[in-house]
Design a protein around this ligand. Structure first.
Ligand SMILES: [Zn+2]
Length: 902
């Protein structure tokens, strides 16, 4: 495709070496900025035009400074200034082309540009975020969010990860603001500045140290008011957590985690020193993603950084610890060594998600955090990757919409899952040794997946590339099916098995359907009567006849003949599902009930059973039977898996005639669990119970458990009457609010809105937004939706999540869809530029109701949408397919589940 302009890649005729970037007029009231940039460039071949990225940015002057003397040496040579004859903008390609009257000679030149733009409200580029000042007035801070392709909104640049350069930044800011960037402050002086408009004002000039060679998407700038806490570590690196004014103490927890993680990565894991002198973490009130790993200047959503000891839940603390460890892993993996192009985004994100767990497990061993991987990350990846509308981990992307689309569970969760599988296969310490070599070899440069496989291959002597290629380049994952004779076969696991119509709308977008793919599966097997630590490890590479498959078959035949149980994928680390033959399931359920296999294996098997049922490969009745047998299982991971599976079905069956019977079954499984957990935490109870408790409560509420509702309402009333004195434990707050809105309706709805308005806890505010979406009265649900979208009281970053909560019920999904359809153009105009919010909004609009007629309506709408759905396209396809799967399951279960329940 060379020479053809199919992507937004820039020509490599001129490349930058260093940017000297100045913002000399940042107007936080009018939300505009003006700046200049001098870019030292290398001209590789003689050209008359220079093309670089710029979006909603106006270049007001451009000159090229060229050494006039022969030899091109900088010292002493005569410099000539060349002016542009024309400046061309291409808004589609997001570029500006500077056309000069004569050719720029090969060698070093300096481009001097002046530009203007706006501090936008799109949560991308240089954008504005509102906060309340100490005296109660609303103020504006300016923040950057450049990943993936938005540095071009803030200054003209070569905005591609592989075009690295050094940056030197200077900002003239209002005197009452603090400016933070990637590197330490070199100078910060107050002066009377003459602004370009001619007016004179007191300003503070901030100059930052020159950065190492780095990618544009990692450059950061924050201008606001902050308090902070900080600490030096043993290697002299200063870590600082910047919080809203007056909340410095809420930064302590993150400071603790960050300091520990930084040291752990540098000394123990990567064995490569932290590349910068300081490491900042900043809480930003308006933020699209969870956090952004800008080098040395990581920005976070407030909810992902601040911990208030009294009001933050366990789930929030865990999420914050994971996020901090994730972003810090990027400081090496991603920032020091960067992917060549966005098609390897998964390597960045999958690795960082994996490292979150490695580091958090090191810092908080008592949390048993890998169980969260088993109950959240792994199933999330499997669910999404079972759709035809999934995509391979490594996917070809060209334009910004496509790039923004792949910040999804495939890149993060499946990426992390296959990396964990690989690390397990190679041995974790060997794996980390390979990572060290990779980081050293490619420091300050770029790399591809293949470079990582080569480094790991060198360390371990194994052919890592061949093993990993199929997992990263093919969509989907296998289900290993066990035949009666003990032989196994593999095929792609699809959420909707054998459905000829699947290949219509959704699959036209699928990159590769994954049919016929043969995955190399590293499989571990444990069995009844095996010795301590004894297991069979085989590599299943082909359909039949290969060595691994033969060994497995022989073992299975021997065990089946003796009536013994066995579990394939022991430890549940392999990214595949197993469908046993009937005898295999029966024997295995015995091992599950007697707890002869590990909690991860029990949870894995029951989760496989439910998803095989959802796909129509097994019966839901069998999965429910298995769940019933696990009602006495004391392990929190197993309980969590069982309860989550039941919760999915509650939502699916809520309008069916057999729903009452089903609720009875759910209560019969969950009440025994609840009796051992109760409302109050027992002394020394495992950390995981703290996150299981609210899940169980919510499930009991939805399955009609009156006792639970009664107690929740009592606690709600106490809280409303005495906010300070009777606050519920943070872990239970959401369930209590949601139960009250669900049961009481109008009065509780208004009380929760009032809590939203008056709470100063970001976590509680978001819980209130989710809770009002749990109303059962259509008028209230409409009001909730208006409040989220139109009141101006809800931050953009919280809108997507709140609508998704509203759309989980049949009634709510209908309302969200109707509003979305009727207001499509307006919502599109408001949100489609915000890379993260728009897909969530599209996703919430495609969650129900689950009827065949609705599917037809959805398809008709999206095939002919008034404006292209853009970055929301993949989300629409995925949720539409999920909905089809649910409609199909409902049609099957309507016939079979009532029998299983009677
Ligand atoms: Zn990340």
């Amino acid at each position: 495709m060379e020479g053809q302009k199919t992507s937004c890649r820039l020509p490599d005729t001129v490349v930058p070496v260093k940017y000297t970037l100045r913002y000399h007029d940042l107007d936080l009231d009018r939300c505009t900025f003006a700046g200049s940039v001098a870019i030292d460039c290398e001209v590789k071949s003689e050209v008359k035009a220079v093309e670089l990225h710029a979006l909603e940015l106006w270049v007001t002057s451009a000159e090229a400074v060229v050494d006039g003397g022969s030899g091109g040496g900088k010292a002493g040579g005569v410099q000539t200034k060349l002016s542009t004859v024309r400046t061309e903008y291409d808004s589609k390609a997001q570029t500006v082309t500077l056309c000069f009257g004569e050719a720029l000679p090969v060698g070093g030149i300096k481009l001097e540009l002046k530009f203007e733009g706006s501090i936008n409200d799109k949560l991308a580029g240089l954008y504005r975020s509102k906060y309340t000042g100490p005296d109660g007035e609303t103020k504006t801070m300016a923040v950057t969010q450049f990943e993936a392709t938005d540095a071009r909104r803030a200054f003209p640049c070569w905005d591609e990860p592989a075009i690295k350069a050094r940056f030197e930044l200077e900002v003239l800011a209002p005197v009452d603001r603090r400016v933070v960037s990637n590197t330490p402050v070199m100078m910060s002086n107050e002066e009377t500045a003459e602004l370009p408009s001619g007016r004179k004002e007191r300003r503070r000039r901030w100059r930052f140290a020159e950065t190492p060679v780095m990618s544009t998407y990692l450059v950061a700038l924050v201008i606001g008011e902050f308090d902070f806490v900080s600490a030096y570590n043993a290697s002299g690196v200063l870590t600082t957590v910047y919080t809203p004014v007056g909340k410095a103490e809420q930064g302590r927890f993150a400071l603790h985690v960050a300091s520990k993680a930084l040291e752990y990565y540098a000394e123990t894991v990567f064995k490569v020193p932290y590349p910068l002198q300081k490491s900042d973490l900043l809480a930003i009130p308006d933020f699209a993603a969870g956090a952004m790993e800008n080098w040395g200047c990581v920005t976070y959503r407030e909810a992902r950084l601040l911990v208030h000891e009294a009001t933050s839940s366990t789930a929030t603390k865990k999420a914050i610890a994971r996020t901090v460890c994730h972003e810090l892993a990027h400081q090496w993996f991603g920032n020091l060594v960067t992917m060549e192009w966005w098609d390897a985004l998964w390597l960045n994100e999958g690795f960082a998600r994996y490292m979150e767990f490695v580091a958090v497990d090191h810092i908080f061993p008592e949390w048993d955090i890998w169980s969260d991987f088993d109950s959240m990350v792994f199933p999330q990846a499997m669910a999404l990757d079972s759709l035809v509308a999934s995509h391979p981990i490594e996917v070809k992307v060209d334009n910004p919409d496509q790039i923004n689309e792949i910040f999804d569970a495939i890149s993060y969760a499946k990426g992390a899952s296959v990396i964990r599988m690989l690390a397990g296969h190679l041995g974790v310490s060997e794996f980390m040794r390979g990572i060290h070599d990779y980081l050293v070899k490619h420091s300050y440069g770029n790399a591809r997946s293949d470079d990582l496989w080569a480094a790991l291959g060198n360390t371990t002597g194994k052919d890592v590339g061949t093993l990993m290629d199929t997992w990263t380049r093919k969509v989907g994952y296998p289900v290993l099916t066990l035949a009666e004779d003990g032989s196994t076969s593999q095929a792609r696991f699809l959420a909707m098995a054998e459905d000829p119509t699947t290949k219509t709308a959704a699959s036209t977008k699928g990159d590769d359907e994954g049919q016929g793919t043969v995955w190399p599966i590293p499989a571990r097997v444990v069995w009844e009567g095996a010795g301590e630590g004894e297991e069979l490890v085989v590599m299943l590479e082909g359909e039949s006849g290969a060595e691994g498959g033969r060994k497995l078959r022989e073992k299975v035949q021997e065990l089946q003949a003796a009536g013994k149980w066995f579990k394939i994928n022991a430890g549940q680390r392999g990214f595949f599902k197993v469908n046993y033959n009937e005898e295999g399931w029966t024997n295995l359920s015995r091992a599950m009930q007697s707890r002869a296999i590990s909690p991860a294996d029990r949870a894995g098997a029951v989760s496989d059973a439910f998803s095989l049922a959802a796909a129509g490969r097994a019966s839901t009745g069998v999965a429910l039977g298995l769940a019933s047998k696990l009602r006495d299982d004391p392990d929190s991971l197993v309980r969590q898996t069982v309860v989550s599976s039941l919760l999915d079905l509650i939502s699916l069956y809520s309008e069916e005639t057999f729903f009452g019977k089903f609720q009875e079954l759910v209560r019969s499984i969950c009440l025994p669990m609840w009796e051992s957990i109760t409302w109050t935490a027992a002394e020394g109870e495992p950390q995981r119970v703290a996150t299981l408790r609210p899940l169980l409560l919510r499930t009991l509420h939805l399955s009609g458990s009156a006792e639970v509702d009664e107690e929740a309402l009592r606690r709600f009333d106490a809280y409303v009457n005495d906010r300070a004195g009777s606050a519920p434990p943070a872990d239970l707050r959401y369930v209590i609010l949601a139960t009250a809105v669900g049961v009481r309706g109008d009065s509780a709805f208004r009380q929760v809105v009032e809590i939203y308005r008056t709470s100063d806890s970001g976590e509680e505010k978001r819980q209130c937004l989710s809770a009002i979406g749990k109303a059962r009265d259509p008028a209230l649900l409409s009001e909730a939706m208006d409040f989220i979208l139109d009141s101006g009281e809800v931050r953009l970053q919280d809108a997507g999540l709140s609508l998704a909560s509203l759309a989980t019920s049949a009634l709510g999904s209908k309302l969200v869809w109707t509003a979305f359809r009727e207001r499509y153009v307006e919502l599109h105009d408001r949100f489609s530029d915000t890379g993260f919010i728009w897909p969530m909004l599209v996703g919430s609009a495609v969650m129900g109701p689950r009827t065949p007629e609705h599917l037809t309506e959805l398809e008709a709408f999206f095939n002919d949408a008034p404006k292209p759905v853009g970055a929301g396209e993949r989300k629409w396809l995925q949720n539409f397919e999920k909905l089809r799967v649910q409609v199909a399951q409902l049609a099957r279960d309507r016939n079979t589940v009532p029998k299983a329940l009677s």
